[in-house]
Design a protein. Structure first.
Lengths: 258, 251
């Protein structure tokens, strides 16, 4: 585990020494601050709408940070050839994958925590209401979801030629799952064969990332999701994350470094 | 004396994109044996197979046939690399880290306790004369300084065998001299050094034995002094003779 945590530590250091995280954070912070501060006609519904917008922004920023960070890890190791002195130590390729995964996942968790903290402070100071448990649950579920996205992106970085292609493809795939994933079974029902089977297959294969999205509940103050359901969602995420990491390892194991 | 590094009929093949030749041999039945405590020079012209051999020894590429062993352990086992240090030809390190952070990272990989890692980092940074720059990011270092960070990382686990791939390549004369001094000091400490180089004068100065390969085949292996005495010329001439280079008469 020493090796895995050492590798994860390097990924986290890289994130906070790069500028893209700060740019995204400042952008999100400014928009959150401005949007969270205004009260349009003292209408609580409009405030909720603004909160919803801020949370959407947090989702997009967190996804961007996660995908951009994970997509460049292995290609950058190969391109800058830092993989050579690393694998010349008693380190396996499986440990490299796990180290990169935990590093990216922890880094995205830290960034997400900063975003949520900022959002909570801004909205709390305006509304004098602090639904800490709701925010914590939303953060936790989103972070668990980012675990699947991190593993998917690492797999993408093995399959696609350049980190930029991985980022674009992964962002489209993740956005597609989030917006359309839950409707695919309905689409399948309204189609004839073979499209019906194709849509059903996709519906049952893809990781349903939308299950982890509780923004609506937080914004409308509908209360907490049952913690048992959260636990089941975490198991669901762990299964998909494990599968994607396994596929990444299988691809990376045979990949030429030279 | 026990062989620390050994290859047995090692063959490596590369797939090519050429229509005529599908597979190109990079190493053909290479048999090497490096003993404990010696400095072993691995010579050959560009494309001879030196880096390929090092890549097999470090487990980066699998052999097509034959085998390679470090300390008697098959190089395909990661544990075979527990007691070695590797310095690549170019500087390939995380440039967003400082020298101290980089060394701490590698120390963690070897499972060194924090107090021991601190001691070794201090000692190594002094050895490579990077003590004043230890808190600076590697991306601000000159090429010579980056190469010296490389030497420090190769020594972090106090290895018994050092694999150096053209360690003085691209360095100025002062940088080369410093690297040579460090290699000499390692020899005095009883370390085994396996290094590839194009600098034949340097090899002649520091190596006990050399192997010369050409087009993937081992052409000769022996003590430097014996080869020089046998051919009656310096190592550079020996090298050129062995690889079959004919000196052109002056026009």
């Amino acid at each position: 585990m020493n090796t895995i945590w050492a590798l994860a530590g390097v990924v986290i250091k890289e994130l906070y020494r790069r500028k893209d995280f700060y740019v995204l954070f400042v952008l999100t912070a400014v928009i959150t601050f401005v949007a969270g501060s205004v009260q349009f006609f003292h209408d609580p519904n409009i405030v909720r709408y603004v909160e919803d917008l801020c949370m959407l922004l947090i989702w997009i920023s967190a996804l961007l940070i996660t995908i951009a960070t994970a997509a460049r890890q292995i290609p950058a190791e190969r391109e800058s050839r830092t993989i050579f002195p690393l694998l010349a130590k008693p380190v396996t390729r499986g440990q490299v994958i796990l180290g990169k995964f935990f590093g990216c996942w922890l880094a995205s968790g830290i960034a997400l925590a900063v975003f949520y903290l900022f959002f909570a402070v801004i909205t709390g100071s305006r509304e004098h209401y602090w639904p800490v448990a709701d925010y914590f649950q939303a953060f936790l579920l989103q972070w668990i979801m980012l675990g699947i996205v991190t593993a998917m992106t690492l797999l993408g970085s093995i399959l696609f030629a350049a980190p930029s292609s991985t980022v674009t493809i992964l962002f489209i795939v993740v956005a597609g799952i989030l917006f359309l994933g839950r409707h695919l079974n309905t689409v399948a029902l309204h189609n004839d064969e073979p499209l019906r089977s194709i849509f059903y297959t996709i519906y049952f294969i893809i990781p349903h990332l939308e299950l982890f999205d509780v923004r609506e509940r937080v914004v409308n103050d509908w209360g907490l999701v049952n913690w048992l359901d959260c636990g089941l969602a975490a198991l669901y995420a762990a299964a998909y994350t494990g599968l994607f990491l396994l596929l990444t390892w299988l691809g990376f194991r045979r990949k030429s470094l030279t | 004396m026990d062989a620390i590094l050994r290859t047995e009929n090692l063959c490596v093949e590369y797939r090519t994109r050429s229509l005529k030749v599908d597979i190109k041999p990079a190493l053909k039945d290479l048999n090497l044996s490096v003993r404990a405590g010696e400095i072993f020079g691995f010579l050959g012209p560009n494309g001879a197979g030196k880096t390929t051999t090092i890549n097999v020894l470090l487990g980066f590429i699998p052999p097509a046939s034959g085998a390679a062993y470090l300390f008697g352990i098959d190089v395909r086992q990661p544990i075979a690399r527990q007691r070695i240090g590797y310095l690549p030809e170019m500087t390939y390190y995380y440039k967003f880290l400082t020298a101290e952070e980089l060394l701490r990272f590698y120390a963690r990989i070897f499972g060194l306790p924090s107090s021991e890692a601190d001691k070794r980092i201090d000692r190594l940074l002094k050895l490579v004369e990077l003590e004043p720059a230890r808190k600076r990011l590697i991306k601000t270092y000159s090429k010579g300084m980056q190469q010296r960070v490389g030497i420090a990382q190769a020594l972090i686990n106090n290895p018994d065998l050092l694999v150096l791939d053209e360690p003085t390549s691209g360095l100025d004369p002062l940088g080369r001299m410093k690297v040579r001094e460090i290699i000499q000091r390692l020899k005095n400490d009883g370390k085994t050094v396996f290094f590839s180089s194009h600098e034949l004068g340097e090899v002649e100065t520091v190596c006990d034995r050399v192997a010369i390969i050409h087009q993937g085949e081992l052409k000769t292996l022996g003590r430097v002094d014996e080869l020089v005495a046998q051919h009656g010329v310096n190592l550079e001439k020996v090298f050129l003779d062995i690889i079959g280079y004919q000196l052109q008469p002056a026009l």
